[in-house]
Design a protein around this ligand. Structure first.
Ligand code: NAD
Length: 258
């Protein structure tokens, strides 16, 4: 089989290139992989680990519609990055199509490696806005998908749409605009590795206190969290096995294929 891009060995580049071919063929998204390649080439030339790392990070960041016929379930959920996060979050659900899930699990591992190649920095304060948060009552949680956060609180508040603002008091991540030419410069997005563990530090749900701190786009809840070093993940998950149980019912309905 001919390769899309020149590679020399079974390095990260070689593996990244092979998986790009796989997703390209399986989901019929050659336009996206070639577009990502062109974007990455503007900054990184057209070979080497950083070039392929940038391609995979762009694959997470850009809208990319997959051929609906390549999906056996949830055909309408066919934007590559959104589907990637869903498959990562639902990887343990028994009803998912294993062939689709497994290629996304590979893509998730590849993007994690790509982020490591771009050398994540420690950010002291980031924000993330979500409409739903399953772990509000837990001490710790693991984000199985990629953790998109921003340095700009207003951006996070707009994503929260009046629901939940996560204030991230320290997290390692890669600033997307440092990697590739600014696509959404105002988002100031910092991307954390998938599978990161967080400790919940405190929750604020007093409406007056929240309104005073966030007078526009006021969220209903503010949850302060902090990333925990990954080598502690295993011990924490063992200790706080309960988080999984309590989130299970809601995750199950979110992950039931339809
Ligand atoms: N959210 C932000 O604050 C933020 C910040 C910067 C950039 N972005 C950009 O916006 C795009 C979308 O980001 P996002 O954070 O909304 O995407 P996402 O896939 O992380 O989350 C999408 C929505 O799904 C919900 N969700 C997540 N896990 C769930 C689960 N297990 N069960 C039920 N619901 C669940 C979340 O509440 C969230 O509102 C990303 O591509 C990113 O580039 C977002």
């Amino acid at each position: 089989m001919t390769s899309f891009f020149p590679v020399s060995s079974k390095s990260f580049s070689a593996k990244a290139n092979l998986l790009l071919q796989d997703v390209s063929n399986k989901f019929n998204i050659k336009n996206c992989t070639f577009g990502a390649r062109d974007d990455a080439a503007r900054t990184y030339g057209s070979s080497g680990d950083r070039f392929f790392a940038a391609i995979w990070i762009i694959m997470y960041t850009n809208k990319c519609l997959m051929d609906q016929e390549s999906l056996t379930q949830e055909k309408h959920l066919n934007d590559f990055p959104f589907r990637l996060n869903k498959e990562l979050r639902c990887a343990l659900h028994q009803g998912r199509d294993p062939k689709v899930r497994d290629i996304f699990l590979k893509a998730g591992r590849m993007i994690n490696k790509a982020l490591e190649i771009m050398k994540p920095k420690l950010y002291p304060t980031l924000y993330r806005g979500v409409k739903k948060f399953l772990f509000a009552d837990e001490a710790y949680f693991i984000e199985s998908g990629f953790f998109s956060a921003t340095e700009d609180c207003d951006v996070a508040l707009s994503f929260a749409e009046g629901q939940i603002l996560l204030v991230v008091e320290s997290m390692h991540g890669v600033k997307i605009n440092d990697v590739v030419r600014p696509m959404y410069p105002r988002e100031e997005e910092v991307l954390g590795l998938h599978g990161s563990t967080f400790k919940i530090i405190k929750t604020v749900d007093d409406p007056d206190e929240i309104r005073q701190a966030y007078p526009t786009n006021t969220p209903s809840k503010v949850i302060h969290v902090k990333q925990v070093k990954s080598w502690r993940n295993y011990l924490l998950v063992k200790k706080y096995r309960g988080w999984k149980q309590s989130a299970m019912t809601e995750t199950k309905s979110f992950c039931n294929p339809y």
